[in-house]
Design a protein around this ligand. Sequence first.
Ligand SMILES: CC(C)(COP(=O)(O)OP(=O)(O)OC[C@H]1O[C@@H](n2cnc3c(N)ncnc32)[C@H](O)[C@@H]1OP(=O)(O)O)[C@@H](O)C(=O)NCCC(=O)NCCS
Length: 205
Amino acid sequence: MGKRQRQLELRALADDDLDEVMEIEPVAFGNHHWSRQSFKNELDNRVGRYYAAVDVEAKQLVGYSGYWLIGGNGGTEAHITTLAVHPDCRRRRIGEVLLINNILTARQEGAKWLTLEVRVSNEKAQNLYFKFGFKNLGIRPHYYQDNSEDALLLWTENIFRPEFLQVFTENLESVKKQIKVNWLAPEELPEEVYDLTEHPVHSQH
Ligand SMILES: CC(C)(COP(=O)(O)OP(=O)(O)OC[C@H]1O[C@@H](n2cnc3c(N)ncnc32)[C@H](O)[C@@H]1OP(=O)(O)O)[C@@H](O)C(=O)NCCC(=O)NCCS
């Protein structure tokens, strides 16, 4: 006790952040990392939503994440395209903060599911997603070009379902005890009634 609560500022990722992003990116993703130009393209991508997490005290960009909002097929899906935390700042729940922010902002924009690909060898990231109730929908064989590694395709099921919300709320409350964060979308559920149908890909099975 007595320790000051850490404070993170979330905001939209901007061009000016790319120097700091490019310090983290190769360490986080190795040979397969995005170039500065890829980030520039993503910042201009109409369906892209990218966010930075800044350590308020250190005034340092400590992580970033983003997704594509994909419509059609009976609902909007948020497909996470990147999520990374500075190697010196890991295991401080910043990854969780970025994921929670993705879920809150995507939900506000009408997303019903989140999906992503993750390397089969990337257990740390898988643990993060499994902690939030993501499930393994299948394998994309040889998805990664650098080493031909397979990807797991993970998804949340419908994020308005009580089973998802319970785990999500527990994780959110637990993170809030440790870090002060300005969430970029409401923590409370929107009032409209939501369709609890499952993802079209999944419901085919
Ligand atoms: C994956 C990553 C984003 C996690 O960020 P982080 O801020 O260190 O993670 P957090 O402190 O928020 O941890 C949240 C959960 O993730 C999992 N996790 C994170 N680091 C882990 C590790 N070293 N070993 C095992 N599980 C780990 C755990 O489930 C953890 O929950 P717990 O602390 O209750 O066990 C970070 O390791 C990273 O940037 N990796 C490189 C980039 C990457 O792989 N991105 C994912 C692409 S899909």
